[in-house]
Write a protein that binds this ligand. Structure first.
Ligand code: ATP
Ligand code: MG
Length: 261
C-alpha cells in the first residue's frame, strides 16, 4: 500500500530524512514514533505530497508519486486522508460543512472554497456526511458550529471529514496530543476501528508509548532521520525505547530494524 525507498530530505543543509526504507501492507496499522525533530512529520508530509524529497521514491497504492506532476499529486492525495494534532477544521462553520469539505478531495482546495460552497454539496454528500457523523458518534452535532465542540469532538469531526474522502490510507500526525486521556482513548479506538472495519491502512505518529502498545502491532521508530526500529510492538522493550529516545551517541540505533515484520 505504501512503499518508501531510499527517501532523503534536507532543510537548509540539515539532514532530516537520511535514507528511509519501509513498506506498509494494505490494511496494516503502524505507529510512527521517535524523538522531537527526528523527521516524523516530514516523512508524513512527504507521503501526502506536501514535502518534495531530495531523493528516493514513495508509492501509494502501487503508484509512485511524481512530485513535479500536479495530476500525480492529486491522485495520491485523493487516496490519503489526513488527521492533525490541531484538527485543522473551519471553526466558525458547522460540523456538517466541515465534513462535506472532505468530498472536495483536496484539503487545501476544500478549505479555500468552503465559504462559497455552502450550497454546493449534493444531497448524497449531505447524507453521507450525516452517516459518517453517526459512525464517529456525533449524530446529534450535525448542525453545531465547530467552535462549540470539545477537542475530542473536533477530532471526531476531522476523522469524519477524512472518511468523506473515501481514503485508502489514513495518516494521523499526533492525533491525541491535545486531548485528555479519556478522549485520547476514544480517538485511538475509533482510528483502529476504522482500520479494522473499513480496511483503511493507518499510519499514526504518536508520542504516548502506552497508546502504541495498546493499539498497534507494528512500530516504526525514527531517530535523526533514520529508521531505528521497525518491528512488532511486543519486541519494543525498555532497552529499545532507551535506544530510540536517547541522545547519547553510543546508543544510536543499536536495535536497528530488529526482526522487521
Ligand atoms: N519546512 C521546513 N523548513 C526547514 N526545516 C524544517 C522544515 N520542516 C521541518 N524542518 C526541520 O526538520 C526537522 C524534523 O522536523 P519534523 O517536524 O519532521 O520532526 P518531528 O519528528 O515531527 O518532531 P515533533 O515530534 O516535534 O513533531 C526539524 O529539525 C525541523 O526543524
Ligand atoms: Mg511532528
Amino acid at each position: 500500500m505504501v512503499r518508501v525507498t531510499n527517501l532523503r530530505k534536507h532543510f537548509n543543509g540539515h539532514k532530516v530524512l537520511a535514507g528511509i526504507n519501509f513498506r506498509v501492507r494494505k490494511g496494516e496499522a503502524v505507529a510512527l514514533i521517535g524523538p522531537s525533530g527526528s523527521g516524523k512529520t516530514t516523512l508524513i508530509r512527504t507521503i501526502n505530497g506536501f514535502v518534495i524529497p531530495d531523493a528516493g521514491t514513495i508509492a501509494v497504492g502501487g503508484q509512485e508519486i511524481k512530485y513535479r506532476n500536479p495530476e500525480s499529486l492529486r491522485q495520491a492525495r485523493k487516496k490519503i486522508g489526513m488527521i492533525y494534532q490541531l484538527f485543522n477544521l473551519v471553526e466558525r462553520t458547522s460540523v456538517q460543512v466541515n465534513v462535506m469539505a472532505g468530498a472536495l478531495g483536496r484539503l487545501d482546495r476544500g478549505l479555500s472554497l468552503l465559504s462559497s460552497t455552502l450550497g454546493f454539496f449534493t444531497r448524497q454528500e449531505r447524507e453521507k456526511a450525516r452517516e459518517l457523523l453517526g459512525f464517529v458518534g456525533l449524530e446529534d452535532k450535525v448542525r453545531e458550529r465547530v467552535d462549540r465542540l470539545s477537542g475530542g469532538q473536533k477530532q471526531r469531526v476531522a476523522i469524519a471529514r477524512a472518511l468523506m474522502q473515501e481514503p485508502e490510507l489514513l495518516l494521523a500526525d499526533e492525533p491525541i496530543a491535545n486531548l485528555d486521556p479519556k478522549a485520547s482513548k476514544k480517538i485511538m479506538e475509533l482510528l483502529l476501528r476504522i482500520n479494522q472495519e473499513k480496511k483503511i491502512t493507518l499510519i499514526t505518529v504518536l508520542h504516548h508509548l502506552d497508546s502504541v502498545r495498546d493499539h498497534f502491532g507494528r512500530v516504526i521508530a525514527l531517530k535523526e532521520g533514520a529508521i531505528c526500529f521497525d518491528a512488532a510492538t511486543r519486541t519494543l522493550n525498555d532497552h529499545r525505547v532507551q535506544d530510540i529516545y536517547s541522545i547519547e551517541e553510543e546508543f544510536a540505533c543499536v536495535a536497528a530494524q530488529a526482526g522487521s515484520i
